[in-house]
Design a protein around this ligand. Structure first.
Ligand SMILES: Cc1ncc(COP(=O)(O)O)c(C=O)c1O
Length: 485
């Protein structure tokens, strides 16, 4: 599944490579090699991608062919490129190491720890009254067996109505209720993805989605997101779909976890058209769609552009409401929902009825609950950004327009070492490489803003305190994996 990056595409990714910070008297070829290494380390240039021929890159960069030849030689020597006569050159990592993403879920029982591994908010106050109201309504269901593999009708109606309000006409038959978005993803993969099939994912992406894909033995290719400048590169993303023709692509267009990017509407439209042309099913994870901040206008849902049932949308209540509810859903064509329900019977049969009634009550109060959640998150995000600018001014922060996470660019490839060091001072972090699949992304850190502002500021203070000791003390050591959600 090697894909190919063209000379003009690589030139665009390289940007101002000849004027990178820290460059003084290094020759052009060394600067070019350093810039390519940077793209690989940041996962903008996926591993296993075929680089353009030397002549093509030289033309695109307007440098001599000798410069590119020398840069490729240096990259080969440092282990970032492998070449074979007749086959070309492709990107690698020194030592060829790949870090598999395993299920990263361990409960955190240390209450003194400030947990920035988990990007999920506490429950809204309305949850208790909704639970009481649900308990009172339960008798309506007690006369039946209680198994509803697609979900209880009233919750399916409520979820469908929310899609319709967003401009995506949806009937209850197109909705299946699941135990969270993660369960929705797993079921969709079970139904649609043959073992070993090709899947395109963003890099960075949500680690537990990678775990679900690993369980299906998916063969992954990645599309590297920029930390700033809008994230997706339309030309590279669509080009990669056309080249690798994956069976499925998993994308998070709304306030992408971890980068916080929002996919523009024109790319959504082109993405669906390209997926149709390449025979790729799109699994669109809308976990954060309810959480635009600062009045950000939301683009049309990706499935609006779907004419051929190529798009399966998954979503849930964990981020706007509460993860402990375990309510998610799939929106798909009605026959596909029936097939998913049939598959589910062999897995967990159905969701608890009581929890679904609770969800109906929360959704009936959505406007008030979600508005309060957005206001709370905006305040927390601003406190986190201010603390980072004060205590860690060398870190680059792109302020997200929604969602619950900041994708911070650090002042060096220190993310994992930092996460180990901060455990000593009571802060749990999810380092950048957790969000990739090959050990890249060490210059990045995901910081959620779901905790109260005082805790976020205190966490940043502690992180800053250990940051500057790192170079002396960093040593690799095994730690329990952090909770990532
Ligand atoms: C992109 C994404 N998908 C799915 C999930 C899992 O959500 P749920 O709790 O609904 O299973 C998360 C949780 O963090 C997420 O960020």
């Amino acid at each position: 599944m090697t894909s190919l990056v063209r000379g003009t595409q690589l030139a665009r990714l390289l940007g101002q490579w000849h004027a990178l910070p820290g460059r003084r008297r290094s020759p052009d070829y060394a600067a070019l090699a350093a810039a390519v290494r940077g793209l690989i380390a940041d996962a903008r240039l996926p591993l296993g991608v075929r680089l353009p021929a030397e002549r093509e890159l030289a033309e695109a960069l307007r440098v001599s062919r000798t410069t590119v030849t020398a840069a490729y030689r240096e990259l080969r020597e440092s282990g970032h490129v492998t070449s074979r006569r007749g086959a070309g050159s492709w990107t690698t990592l020194p030592g060829g190491h790949r870090v598999a993403s395993s299920g990263l879920w361990t409960p955190l029982d240390d209450l003194d720890m400030i947990d920035l591994g988990c990007a999920a908010p506490a429950a809204p106050v309305e949850l208790l009254s909704a639970a009481r109201a649900a308990a009172e309504e339960l008798p309506r269901y007690l006369g039946g067996a209680g198994y509803h593999p697609t979900g209880i009708g009233e919750l399916r109606e409520a979820v469908a109505a929310a899609y319709t309000r967003r401009g995506l006409p949806t009937s209850a038959e197109q909705i299946m209720i699941t135990n969270g978005t993660q369960h929705a993803l797993d079921l969709v993969l079970r139904l649609t993805l043959p073992a070993g099939a090709g899947v395109l994912v963003e890099s960075p992406t949500y680690p537990n989605a990678l775990a679900a894909l690993a369980a299906r033995r998916a063969r992954l290719t990645t599309h590297g997101l920029a930390a700033d400048a809008g994230g997706w590169d339309a030309d590279l993303l669509l080009g990669s779909l056309r080249q690798t023709r994956p069976r499925l692509a998993y994308l998070i267009p709304e306030f992408q976890n971890p980068t916080g990017h929002l996919m523009p509407v024109d790319l959504r439209e082109r993405l669906v058209a390209t997926a149709q042309a390449t025979g790729t099913d799109l699994v669109v994870d809308e976990s954060f769609v309810d959480l635009p901040l600062d009045g950000t206008a939301m683009p049309a849902p990706t499935a609006v552009f779907d004419r051929h049932s190529r798009v399966v949308t998954i979503g849930g209540m964990s981020k706007p409401y509460w993860g402990g509810l375990r309510i998610g859903w799939v929106r798909a064509a009605a026959p596909q929902v029936q097939r998913l329900a049939a598959a589910r019977v062999g897995v967990d049969m159905a969701n608890p009825v009581l929890d679904q009634l609770l969800a109906v009550h929360l959704l009936a109060d959505a406007d008030a609950i979600v508005a309060a959640r957005r206001a709370e998150l905006a305040g927390r995000r601003d406190a986190l950004v201010a603390a980072l600018r004060e205590f860690l001014p060398d870190w680059r922060v792109t302020v997200p327009r929604g969602g619950v996470t900041l994708w911070t660019e650090l002042d060096g490839p220190i993310s994992s070492a930092l996460a180990r060091a901060t455990e000593e001072v009571g802060v749990r972090l999810a380092p950048g490489p957790r969000f990739g699949l090959d050990g890249t992304l060490e210059r990045f850190l995901r910081l959620p803003f779901t905790l109260p502002a005082e805790e976020l500021v205190e966490a940043v203070r502690r992180i800053a305190a250990v940051r500057y000791d790192l170079d002396q003390t960093a040593r690799p050591r095994w730690r329990e994996p952090a909770v990532i959600a």
